[in-house]
Structure formats: C-alpha cells, structure tokens
Design a protein around this ligand. Structure first.
Ligand code: FES
Length: 502
C-alpha cells in the first residue's frame, strides 16, 4: 500500500485494542474525521462514548484526501436547487460553510498548528461546451448567496475557457488537525478509544444494541454511530445499492515551476484536482468506478505525466489513491438509518470529505442530543425525494447486474506466464480464482467471488488488491478485507495450490 503525504509527516497517537466487554451510551464505529470530530463534540456531555476503529486511528480515508475544505463541490448547487428547491439547497450550502467555520474556529480555540490557509476554490473548464453549465451554477450561487465569480483566466500553466471561483475556502494538513482533537479526547474521562477493534456484527435489542468485535468482545450501546466510511451494518436500508464506489489517484511533487495560489478541479473528465502544500504541488484525478479499470498503475503514470508536462516538476515524492462513495442524488447519507431507531450512519461524501465529515459530526451530535437541526431532512438516509433519482438507481444497479453476469463469462490468462507483482484468473469447475505472485515468488490464491453479493472481483495492480465493481468492497491479495460492505474475507490459500484446481 502506498503511503500518502499526510500519514508520512505525522506520528499518530496509539490506542489499545478492546480486551474486555463494555457498556456505553454511544459507540462510534470508525475513527476518521467524522468519528473523531463527533467524539470531540461529545466529550463535554454526560454521555459515555466508545470510539472504535478496525485499523489504527486516522489511517483510513481521512489520510488519503486532498484536504480541501470547501463548500464548492464540483457544480452541484444548480442540481440541488432543481431537485430539492431553494430551502434545501441553502441548507446544503450553509452546512458546508458552517463546517468550514467550525474547523477554523476549532483551530483557533485549540491553537492547532495544521498549516490551515484560506484559499479560493475553483472549478474550471477547458471546453467551450461546458461554459453554460458554469454559468448556470453561478446563477445558483447568486440565488443562494454564495460568494462566487466567473473568470476567464486562472494562475494555472494552461489555458481555460472559464472558471467559477468560490472565495474564502481553505486547505490544511488533515491529520495534524485530527491529532489535536484526539489529544483533547484523551484528556476527557467519558470517551474511550480503541483501535484494531473491527466491528463485525450488530444485534438490535429493544433498549440497546450489542456490537460484536472481531476479537470476540462485545460493546453494549444505547446508540450506535457508523462513521466507518461505509457502514458495516446495513439494517435493511440497502445503502450499498444507493451509492456508487469510485477511486481516484493523487501525487505530491517537488520542484514545480508554477505553484498556483488556489485549489482547483476540472469540470470535465478526466478529472484534474490541484492544490499546494508547503513546497509540494499536489495533483490528482483519473477517477473511475471501483474495480472497472484494467490498469490502475497507468492512472499514476498519467497523473505524473500531467504534472511533468504542465508544471515541469523535478520529482514525485508521494503517490496514493483513495476511494469514496457517491449517493444517487449526490447528497450524503447522514442520520438515523431507520425511523425511531438509534443506529446512525454517515457515508457518501463523494470525495468532499473534509466538510461532509464535519457536517456529519455536527448533525449527528444534535440528533444524539435530541436537538433540532435544519439539515436533518436533507441528509436523512430515509429521505423520500431520493426517488426522484430512481432512474439513476435503476441504471446503477443494471451495471451491477451486468458485472454479476460478466463474472461468469470472462476468460483468464495462463498461470505459467505470471511475473512477480502480477495476477491472473483461473477457471475451474469449482469457480474462479485469482492468483497473485508476490516479490518472493509466493503465490496467493483467493476465491474472487465477492462475499457480499457475489460479483466477480477485479485485480487492482497499483495497490495489489482485489476490488469489487458492484459496491466497492476491496480485499488484499491475501484475501483480507480492506473496505466493506463485505463482512467476510476471501477464502484463500498460500503456496498450497491443489494441483486438481488446474
Ligand atoms: Fe457488493 Fe461486492 S461489494 S457484491
């Protein structure tokens, strides 16, 4: 796995694994930005809280971001206005701006040194045909009171047709910020943090819920919050069928001859996202649905070439990739999974995780404390208006169905030609198996039928993982789960291939 710039420049605090049963008021599953911020917000309440993570804290998606803190989420406002009306579109904008303000005020209050800088944010196009869409979005900004402007030029080393700028946004080092929140959490007596404690099962009871961990211990909680990127427990909400997993690639480079002053993203595909951090230029993009590209290594090469051609960089210092989920109406799911239930979720941040994580923490805090919050209906996972997007749901699930079918038909390569770091797929009467040869010539064989709902996994060469094109589950080449919704690892063998298999 490639290490992102953010993880390589900090020393994350350590927490112990859960080694006994616990009973708490609130259990937060997932110690990334949403979970840590929520725990921070609950530390001054009467509630006893357990914050658990399947891995080390802060080593999940929050470490693999561009760390732009902006209310400008591509060109979404005119669509939200159309689908949900002015009140809800204002709610969306206010929620994002409040999240930015919360981060800024928290940094000031705790005196956090996390390289926070106010910057403008820009969506640009290099194609004339998209200019009317930027103009439509600008009109939406005016209606919603967002401080935007259209420009014909940016300080980028390539021409553009038009850009929409949103002033007074920000960027920072996300993990330096979150480490300080964790230090504050550590000081409070009502919050416990456990890492290497995966939640594997949730049993609903009338007055409380029981979370079973992989290590065999139980946490009894009156309220359960799933901030684990993708919820481990679906509660018949079928969220996996309402989100689309997608991957993207980032590179931090040194020696760029142009260091632009803002934060940028292209409207058209292939996406290009750009910002700076100290003397690093960060560029990325090449988004694609998880598990649907043949050559993920090439994605890094394309980004590198872009950085060399446009910014004349000297060297690549870091490369990393990330995964996020997009809901079918582009608005995250934040809130109760079912009516009158005490199981909450936050997912579907569509790669705008810095503000959406903070929105989640602020909204979930209010729901847990039974306070009114104007954003509640817009982000509700049970929202009815999502049916307006039903066409998208049918289309997306049609793609999922075709992946299921394709999995039964595709032919594999010849095992004998396998080089180190390469994979192949073999077919047997028993099913299909993925084989990976590591740098020590050891072979790892896994059943590549996804244990979630049975789609066939594809190999991701850049990360040496098996990725599911249906709902985004990912597994190491040894078969271990990296990302759900799958709950179970792949069945695997190492260097013990039954000759009858071939
Ligand atoms: Fe749903 Fe693989 S993640 S079938």
């Amino acid at each position: 796995m490639r290490v992102p710039l953010w993880l390589d420049t900090i020393s994350a605090p350590k927490f112990s694994q859960l080694t006994h049963d616990r009973s708490v008021d609130v259990c937060i599953v997932g110690a990334g930005m949403a979970g840590v911020t929520l725990a921070y917000l609950l530390k001054d309440t009467e509630l006893n809280v357990a914050l658990i993570d399947s891995d080390e804290v802060l080593h999940g998606t929050s470490a693999y971001t561009t760390a732009k803190i902006t209310a400008q989420h591509n060109l979404d406002y005119h669509k939200i206005l159309n689908h949900y009306g002015e009140y809800q579109a204002k709610c969306y904008a206010n929620a994002q701006l409040d999240a930015l303000d919360f981060i800024e005020q928290t940094i000031k209050k705790l005196n956090i040194d996390c390289d926070f800088e106010k910057k403008f944010s820009a969506v640009y196009t290099q194609d004339e045909k998209y200019v009317p869409i930027l103009e439509k979005e600008f009109k939406a900004y005016q209606k919603l009171g967002l401080n935007g402007r259209l420009v014909d030029e940016l300080d980028l080393p390539f021409p553009i047709e038009k850009a929409l700028i949103l002033e007074n946004q920000a960027q920072f080092h996300p993990l330096k910020y979150l480490i300080c929140l964790l230090q504050e959490i550590k000081k409070s007596s009502n919050i416990e943090v456990y890492e290497h404690t995966p939640a594997v099962e949730l049993k609903k009871q009338p007055t409380h819920h029981i979370i079973e961990t992989k290590t065999g211990f139980h946490i009894e909680a009156k309220k359960v919050v799933q901030t684990s990127h993708f919820p481990f427990y679906d509660d018949l909400a079928l969220l996996f069928a309402k989100v689309e997993p997608s991957r993207s690639y980032l590179t931090a480079c040194k020696g760029a001859k142009t260091m632009p002053d803002g934060m940028y993203i292209s409207y058209e595909e292939p996406t290009r996202t750009i910002r700076t951090y100290q003397d690093y230029l960060i560029v990325g993009g090449e988004d694609h649905r998880t598990g649907t590209t043949d050559d993920t290594v090439q994605k890094y090469e394309i980004i590198e070439q872009f950085a060399r051609d446009m910014f004349n960089i000297d060297e690549i210092s870091y490369q990393w990739s990330t995964q996020d989920y997009k809901t079918i109406d582009q608005i995250p799911f934040i809130g109760r999974m079912q009516e009158n239930d005490e199981i909450y979720v936050a997912t579907g941040f569509k790669k705008w995780g810095m503000t959406n994580s903070t929105v989640s923490a602020l909204l979930l805090r209010d729901l847990i404390l039974q306070k009114e919050n104007p954003w509640r209906s817009l982000f509700s996972p049970q929202r009815k208006n999502i049916r307006a997007q039903f066409k998208n749901l049918v289309l997306y699930n049609a793609q999922v169905a075709s992946e299921l079918l394709k999995g039964k038909l595709k032919l594999g390569d010849d095992l004998e030609s396998l080089d180190r770091g390469q994979s192949t797929v073999i077919h047997t009467d028993e099913g299909k198996y993925g084989i990976y040869k590591d740098e020590n010539d050891e072979l790892f064989v896994v059943d590549i039928t996804c244990p979630h709902l049975g789609c066939e996994l594809n190999f991701n060469r850049a990360e040496a993982t098996w990725d599911c094109p249906c709902h985004g589950s990912r597994f190491s080449y040894k078969g271990e789960i990296i990302t759900g919704p799958a709950h179970h690892p792949l069945t695997s063998t190492k260097n013990k291939i039954d000759p009858n298999l071939f």
